[in-house]
Design a protein. Structure first.
Length: 410
């Protein structure tokens, strides 16, 4: 039984914890919890070595994420090694480790995170709660699930002050039972409760309704942050995340480039830029440095080997490229005519005018001048005609442009 001094220390810790949670809730700031290094790496073919995880962790820290889902220590020694490499190096974000509601998983997390300050380390516990998970996967009834959750949280509290709990497959869990799980988890000591759309089936409207149900039926939610985690199986992960933010979610779990299981997760960079461009709608601030986004996208693509689609927002090759003559003319006059935001806002290198069949005279003249070639009207018109006559797939780079220019001079 705890003595008076221990009780006092516990009371002080709980008072500080509650004050921090209230501060985060009052501030309205959207806290980004990045799970690229854990959920993202679970994507087939995206395996990262410990030193590569550390490199990405440093970039995420520089970008301003609030916490890093650094790995699943019980799953592999490689995850333990990666987390150990971050101790004393990654100082600003909270480092968290994923755990099942199993004591041995929590012990593995404690070993991996040992040495990190108590206010900078945490565990993320998960347990299936949907009828399908209860019956087919865990073979436990509701009472047993609640006991499993609360026992694990109480055990984790022996070594951790930051404890997150997520009911796996929450979006297919009965709402009354889901809210009961949250109430019991918070009473047991969870400082964050998560709402994961594990198989990515929700729409923005249903997301908002779920979040409102949780807010209305979990009276002790004022003692914990509410986090959301969406998968992209219907291509709605970012939209669902924004709906949850608008409804009042405190923490967003996402990955760089949206990598992850199956169709992936919500893309951090897309959420950030939506919040940036539509502050009037969401009325929520964030602490991510947008100029770090494009370099971060490219770093993750390079180290995971998962290429970015040319059409991918923020980091895709085509986002600041155009071949259409009308667009090129407008962009030359004012970049804002055909861009939602300028390249430098996300740390990209600049607008790319691709020369091809759809290009106009202005773009060709602009490129000729840039490489020091004459661009009088007749010559430009002749080169435009030559470019439009090239076979499909021809790359009109500077070398070819010089060749065409020289051909007209001979």
């Amino acid at each position: 039984m705890a003595g008076p001094l221990q009780q006092l220390h516990s009371h002080i810790r709980n008072t500080i914890r509650d004050a921090v949670i209230r501060h985060h809730k009052r501030s309205g700031v959207v806290l980004f919890s990045d799970t690229t290094l854990r959920d993202g790496e679970q994507m087939p073919g995206a395996t990262l070595e410990p030193h590569e995880k550390l490199q990405i962790a440093k970039a995420l820290e520089a970008a301003g994420v609030h916490s890093l889902d650094a790995g699943f220590p019980a799953s592999s020694e490689s995850d333990v090694a990666a987390i150990r490499s971050m101790i004393g190096v990654i100082r600003k974000p909270v480092l968290t480790a994923l755990c099942r509601t199993v004591n041995s998983d929590i012990d593995a997390a404690q070993r991996a995170l040992d040495g990190n300050p108590v206010h900078k380390k945490g565990v993320s516990l998960f347990c299936g709660t949907s009828p399908l998970h209860r019956t087919e996967k865990l073979q436990k009834n509701k009472t047993e699930i609640i006991r499993t959750i609360t026992d694990a949280i109480q055990y984790a509290s022996n070594n951790f002050r930051i404890i997150a709990f997520s009911p796996e497959d929450a979006s297919r869990t009965e709402r009354d039972f889901l809210c009961e799980c949250y109430r019991e988890a918070i009473d047991a000591g969870a400082t964050t409760v998560g709402f994961p759309d594990t198989v990515g089936v929700l729409t923005p409207e249903k997301t908002a309704d779920f979040i409102k149900t949780i807010q209305d039926n979990v009276p002790n939610l004022n003692k914990a942050l509410l986090a959301v985690h969406f998968h992209n199986d219907l291509g709605l992960a970012v939209a669902n995340t924004l709906a949850a933010i608008q409804q009042g979610a405190n923490v967003v779990q996402s990955t760089v480039n949206g990598i992850g299981e199956r169709a992936g997760n919500a893309s951090m960079e897309e959420i950030v830029m939506a919040l940036s461009l539509h502050g009037d709608q969401y009325k929520r601030s964030f602490r991510i440095d947008t100029t770090k986004l494009a370099p971060l996208c490219h770093l993750v693509a390079e180290l995971t080997g998962v290429a970015i689609s040319r059409m991918k927002p923020i980091g895709g090759q085509n986002i600041f490229a155009t071949e259409a003559g009308i667009h090129q003319d407008g962009l030359l006059k004012n970049p804002d005519t055909y861009l939602p935001f300028r390249p430098e806002v996300v740390g990209s290198s600049g607008i790319q005018f691709v020369l091809g069949r759809h290009s106009g005279r202005k773009a060709v003249a602009h490129r000729l001048s840039a490489i020091g070639l004459s661009s009088d009207e007749d010559r430009v018109n002749a080169i435009v005609a030559l470019i439009k006559s090239q076979p499909k797939g021809t790359v009109v780079d500077d070398a070819m442009l010089k060749h065409l220019h020289e051909g007209l001079s001979s």
